[in-house]
Design a protein around this ligand. Structure first.
Ligand code: ADE
Ligand code: ZN
Length: 334
């Protein structure tokens, strides 16, 4: 098997994926037409051309605008189905998927339509492809904690569909501690917790996510490298980092993939994983991220197997399901 076939065949879990970030321009235009939404771009090509970002905020502005075409349960189903089909083709066996309810409820789209649409597609993917999923409800950190608490109350009747809460959107100036009560409430209901930290924000936000929000994974976390004591802690406590190399280059966290610290942190013994973040905007799905990291950082087959194993072990899957997938990884020869 060549290296590309090996990367595809490795059983992988995708743990950092915003479903709204999988909205490809073609589907965006089709949904705009279906829902009678006027767009300020004349064509798919002109929209794609606008995907040049200076930083996280310049991306988020266009990402929230794009999400405006998502109106009905069917739209959320079609969005999730398209992603899951693509993930299946990349050898993703399990996906833990973020959604941003506030982006939709603020436009009067009921949270029920969002959750029903997504979970219908999830059930189809499991039945047709054996691809399992979990749903993670993210709070938008640029909004208030009161808004997050209200959102959690709206989600309360649907908690059987939700595995964990997360924290995303504009990082700078919005420290994790702002959401301490919202995370405590979610944890009291038995949900897991993850948070974006150390993407654009400082290493201090990673400490806060661990200590104040009690998260079990850090999304991105690349800026941990600026704090040796933090790196030591992440290693000691085996805290997974859900890294997204193509995203980090598109949003100028690193100048190039060659400069990405994924390999050095993997070699330092951290539980690094590879993910796609917002693939429709950043130029690649999970296998594209593996390919880019492999060639730029000269990752060896054992590095690739470690990344895949880390993703399975860092997931919220039950022990037996993890063991079965890890055994498949061990048995796969490059
Ligand atoms: N929402 C979607 N993608 C994001 C990212 N990379 N960082 C923060 N919030 C996001
Ligand atoms: Zn993200």
């Amino acid at each position: 098997m060549d290296l590309d076939g090996y990367m595809r065949a490795l059983p992988k879990a995708e743990l950092h994926l915003h479903i709204e970030g999988t909205l490809e321009p073609e589907l965006l235009f089709a949904l705009a037409q279906r829902n009678g939404v006027r767009l300020r771009y004349p064509s798919v090509e002109s929209l794609r051309k606008a995907y040049e970002f200076e930083d996280l905020q310049s991306f988020l502005d266009i990402y929230y605008e794009g999400a405006g075409v998502l109106r009905t349960e069917r739209d959320f189903h079609d969005l999730a189905r398209a992603y899951l089909q693509r993930a299946h083709a990349d050898g993703v066996r399990h996906a833990e998927i973020f959604f941003d309810p506030q982006t939709h409820t603020s436009r009067s789209v009921p949270i029920e339509a969002v959750i029903e649409g997504l979970t219908t597609a999830f059930r189809e993917a499991e039945k047709e492809w054996g691809l399992t999923t979990k749903l993670i409800l993210c709070f938008l950190r640029h909004l208030s904690e009161e808004d997050a608490l209200e959102t959690f109350d709206r989600a309360r009747p649907h908690l059987d569909h939700i595995a964990a809460v997360g924290l995303d959107s504009s990082e700078k100036g919005h420290p994790p501690v702002k959401f301490r009560r919202a995370f405590a409430k979610a944890k009291a209901e038995g949900l897991g917790a993850v948070a974006h930290a150390g993407e654009e924000g400082p290493a201090e936000y990673v400490w806060q996510a661990l200590d104040e929000l009690k998260v079990s994974r850090i999304d991105h976390g690349v800026r941990c490298a600026e704090d040796a004591a933090l790196v030591e802690r992440l290693k000691r406590e085996k805290v997974p980092l859900t890294m997204c190399p193509l995203s980090n280059v598109k949003l100028r966290v690193f100048d190039s993939i060659e400069k990405h610290n994924l390999k050095s942190l993997l070699e330092a013994g951290l539980r690094v994983t590879v993910n796609s973040d917002d693939p429709a905007y950043f130029g690649g799905y999970v296998l594209d991220n593996f390919r880019a990291a492999q060639s730029a950082l000269d990752l060896l087959p054992e590095d690739l197997a470690a990344l895949a194993r880390n993703s399975i072990e860092a997931s919220f899957l039950p022990k037996a399901a993890k063991a079965a997938l890890v055994a498949e990884i061990e048995a796969l020869k490059p």
